[in-house]
Design a protein around this ligand. Sequence first.
Ligand code: NAP
Length: 559
Amino acid sequence: MFIAKVATWRAKRMGQDMNRQADVIVIGAGFGGINALWKLRGMGFDTLVLERGGEVGGTWYWNRYPGCRCDVPSMEYSVPWDPELDQQWDWTERYSGQSEILEYAKHLADRHDLRRDIIFNRTVTGICRDEGRGLWQVETDAGETYEARYVVTAAGCLSTPNLPDITGIRDFRGEMYHTGEWPHDHVTLAGKEVAVLGTGSTGVQASTAIAGEAGHLFVLQRTAQYSLPSLNRPLREEEKAEMKARYPEHRAWQRNSFAGQQMDPPAGMKAFDDPKKRRLEVYERAWRAGRQDLIACYADIGVDADVNAEVAEFARAKIRSIVNDPAIAEKLCPTANPIGTRRIIMDTGYFEIFNQDNVSLVDISEDPIDRFVENGVQLRSGRLIELDMLVIATGYDAVTGPLLAMNITGTGRVRLADVWRDGPRSYLGLMVKDFPNLFTITGPTSPTVHANVIFAIDQHVDWIADCLDYLQRNDIASIEPTDEAQDEWLAHVAEVGSRGLRASDTNNWYLGQNIPGKPRAFMTYAGGLNNYRARCDAVAQDGYRGFMLTRAEQDAVVE
Ligand code: NAP
């Protein structure tokens, strides 16, 4: 058996200059890393996790900005692999705040004794293939090298901050924080002049919360976005009990659903088959559901431009009805893209803050930022906005950023950065040719945030675990995809990604277009978690179709 062989190999290495060897090195201790550790350790693999932060939690460890909250309902945004905890844990709100999710992740680590296999405060600086020995060497910023036969990256898909290169930004002498690197110490907002740069999911959440505390808040908006009311509130005892009673079947359903979370099923019909009066009732009900239903209440909202325009207009009318000043309301009305082609934002009273005296909307598409100066931001018109604090909510170098930051070098010293020069190449979002035995959780061309990400992760971990079990049972030393399989997969991802109105919205992180110079490519798989799972399962059932498998002893290629 393979495990016995690894143990022998490890014993041989003991006493040499390596800091530590393991069967599997997992990078990251967010929900991906702790799921992988729990699963693989349970299968008997010696598993080591390297984590950049000082605690488990990943996204929820780093994103401590005011207002940070999950846009998936709490009772669904929790792991499906601990049914006992499903019954014990009491979520307090319909949509959990950051600190509660972080507590939950920490509790998972405690109850499964995960920390003994996690090394915290280690940033991976290099991952290099030692071909002769069939191992990966993983280097950290602490100067250590770890070795393993398998590497599983779980470094997150929204974890490398995008820091905008705006003239003078380093000259600003006030406090300056990117939301994804928010200080652990208390940040005082009271009485301060604060600007939030960015109006995506993060900027909207941060602005809504900061407006309640700051002396004055300036929301620097380049593109207005659609945002739906989450209607967050404390969870009622009876709804918690109801979900707990049906958790076993609901978890199974989530694993096999399109998005890993419950939404009102789409009407299944075309919008214009209903009369206008009825359509407006449907939109109104969807708006008041406190979920993402508005973008899914008819089957053709993402496909038919006229239907989409009507729904978008409905959303704009809501903004106009909330914001008192018609000129400000108009600037807040999104027109740049169809509704639902980007991750829809869920808010807790965002548009309402623009009725407060201490909040100003600054339309930087109309009057762009000229430069930052020591005491604030200067607009092209000459207007100077004096600031004590700049909150940078400009998003992430998504999906590929965290992987490229680790300087991965594969077979023949090929660099991942070179392989991905024109966009990421991957098979199933799980593996890359020339990088054998290196698996990516929430990697490029996998579903990531198109589904409840905890469930996207759960699928990856299960697939990787089954794969390692297969390799072990069949005495296979390494696995990597073929070029043909990657090409075929990438073509499928592109075809799915280009369907409907999504194709007309090109300036977003799904395509890497939020980062200057990043090649335009499909970062995510938009075909649904259930369909993705079926494809991955079919590949495995077919003896890992599209992969090259190499036997342990003879170095013989099996398929
Ligand atoms: P984002 O969606 O990429 O939004 C970035 C914002 O910054 C946009 O408003 C963008 O404007 C602006 N921006 C970027 N560069 C700029 C520049 N140089 N000058 C001026 N404005 C600039 O990033 P995000 O809000 O952090 O969200 C990223 C993803 O994280 C979301 O899609 C979601 O998947 C996830 N997320 C989820 C939650 C949640 O669960 N509630 C919360 C936060 C984030 P333009 O639109 O003009 O480019």
